[in-house]
Design a protein around this ligand. Structure first.
Ligand SMILES: [Zn+2]
Length: 337
C-alpha cells in the first residue's frame, strides 16, 4: 500500500492552519521578531516602564532627528546641542546621560561601551542578571526623557542631584510595588539589605576595628588616611581595606570590622558587589584579605560609630597622611605610616 504524507512546511508541526497561511501571505507587512522583544517582556519591570522601553526600542519617541514637519531644521540634541538627537545619543552617549549613568547606583561609564544602537545598549543593560540594576536602568531612562522634555517644553534646566534622588526613590517605589505582587525575592534594593543584623561579641575576636569614611569632592578621610575616591562606597570599602591591611600586619587571626555602611557590609558578607562596579578593585582587594584569615563584618548605626566618623572627618579636613585606628574600646590613636 502506498502512503502519501502531506506536510505544510511553513507550520512548526507540519500542519496547515489558516492563520499560518495568512501570516505567510502578509509577510512583507510584518517585521521579523527581534530578540530584544523576548528579553523586554520577561523583565521584572513595572508595566509602565516596559512600555516606555518598548517605545524607545520601537523608535516611537518624538526625537528631533525624526521630526519631519516643514520648517523644523533643528535636529540637534536638546540637552547638549552637539549631536543629532537619536535614541542612542539621548539615552547613552549624551554627556548628560553619561553623567547620570555614572552617578546612578550603576556607576556605569557608558563611554567605555562599544554599542552602536540603543537596542545593543538596552540588551547590554539587561544582561546584568541583576533585577535591581535593571529596575534602576528603567528609572534612569525615564528620568533622562523627563529632563529632556522639561527642558524643551518648560525651559527647565535639569538638576543632577534632584534627578539622582528621584531615580533612587522611584526605583525603591517600583521594587516595593513589584514585591507586593510576589516578586520580592527577585528584587534587590532595600530588600537585599534587610537581612537581620548579626550580633557579635567583641571579646571573641583578637581585634575589633571601627571604620568610617568622610567624603567631600572626591577627597576621603578614611578614619585612617587621606586619599581620593570616586564614590562614597569606594571610600567605605577603602576604610575597611585599610583596617584589614593593619590587622594582617599585626598578625591578628580573628577580627571583627564594624562599619555604618550597610551596602559595604552586606557586599562583603555575600561576596558580591551589586551596586557599583567602579568600586570593584577595592572590593576585590578586601575579599582577598577575607580569604586569608578569619574576618567578620558587622553593620552598626552611625551614632555608635562616632569615633571612627570623627577620625575620618579630621583626616579629610586636616589632610592627614597618617593612619589612625581603634582597637577594641580603647581611645583612638595615630600610627605613622
Ligand atoms: Zn546630547
Amino acid at each position: 500500500m502506498k502512503v502519501i504524507l502531506c506536510l505544510w512546511k511553513f507550520g512548526s508541526n507540519g500542519s496547515f492552519s489558516v492563520k499560518n497561511a495568512y501570516l505567510l501571505s502578509q509577510q512583507s507587512r510584518f517585521h521579523c521578531e527581534k530578540p530584544v522583544w523576548k528579553v523586554l517582556w520577561k523583565l521584572k519591570l513595572h508595566p509602565r516602564q516596559s512600555v516606555f522601553s518598548w517605545r524607545i526600542l520601537s523608535a516611537w519617541l518624538p526625537l528631533k532627528s525624526r521630526l519631519r514637519f516643514q520648517g523644523h531644521d533643528d535636529k540637534k540634541c536638546a540637552l547638549c546641542g552637539n549631536e543629532a538627537e537619536t535614541e542612542i545619543h539621548v539615552f547613552c552617549q549624551c554627556p548628560f546621560a553619561r553623567s547620570i549613568w555614572f552617578l546612578s547606583p550603576w556607576g556605569l561609564r557608558t563611554d567605555t561601551l562599544s554599542v552602536d544602537s540603543f537596542e545593543e545598549f538596552f540588551l547590554w543593560l539587561c544582561s546584568s542578571d541583576d533585577d535591581w540594576l535593571v529596575e534602576v536602568s528603567a528609572c534612569v531612562l525615564e528620568a533622562i526623557w523627563r529632563c529632556r522634555n522639561e527642558l524643551v517644553f518648560q525651559g527647565k534646566n535639569p538638576s543632577t542631584a534632584l534627578i539622582l534622588k528621584n531615580i533612587a526613590s522611584r526605583a525603591a517605589e517600583f521594587s516595593q510595588i513589584l514585591s507586593s505582587f510576589g516578586d520580592a525575592a527577585q528584587l534587590g534594593g532595600e530588600n537585599r539589605l534587610s537581612e537581620p543584623v548579626q550580633d557579635f561579641q567583641d571579646n571573641l575576636f583578637d581585634a575589633c576595628f571601627y571604620v568610617d569614611a568622610s567624603v567631600v569632592d572626591n577627597a576621603a578621610g578614611i578614619g585612617v588616611s587621606l586619599c581620593t575616591v570616586s564614590s562614597v562606597l569606594e571610600a567605605e570599602l577603602t576604610a575597611i581595606l585599610t583596617a584589614l591591611e593593619q590587622a594582617w600586619a599585626d598578625n591578628y587571626q580573628t577580627i571583627l570590622i564594624k562599619s555604618d555602611s550597610k551596602v559595604a557590609v552586606e557586599a562583603l558578607r555575600l561576596g558580591e558587589l551589586p551596586l557599583a562596579w567602579g568600586s570593584f578593585p577595592v572590593f576585590k582587594a578586601c575579599l582577598k584579605f577575607v580569604s586569608m584569615f578569619s574576618v567578620s563584618f558587622q553593620f552598626i548605626k552611625r551614632d555608635l560609630n562616632f569615633l571612627a566618623d570623627y577620625l575620618a572627618s579630621q583626616a579629610r579636613v586636616n589632610h592627614v597622611s597618617q593612619m589612625s585606628y581603634l582597637l577594641g574600646s580603647q581611645p583612638p590613636f595615630v600610627v605613622d605610616m
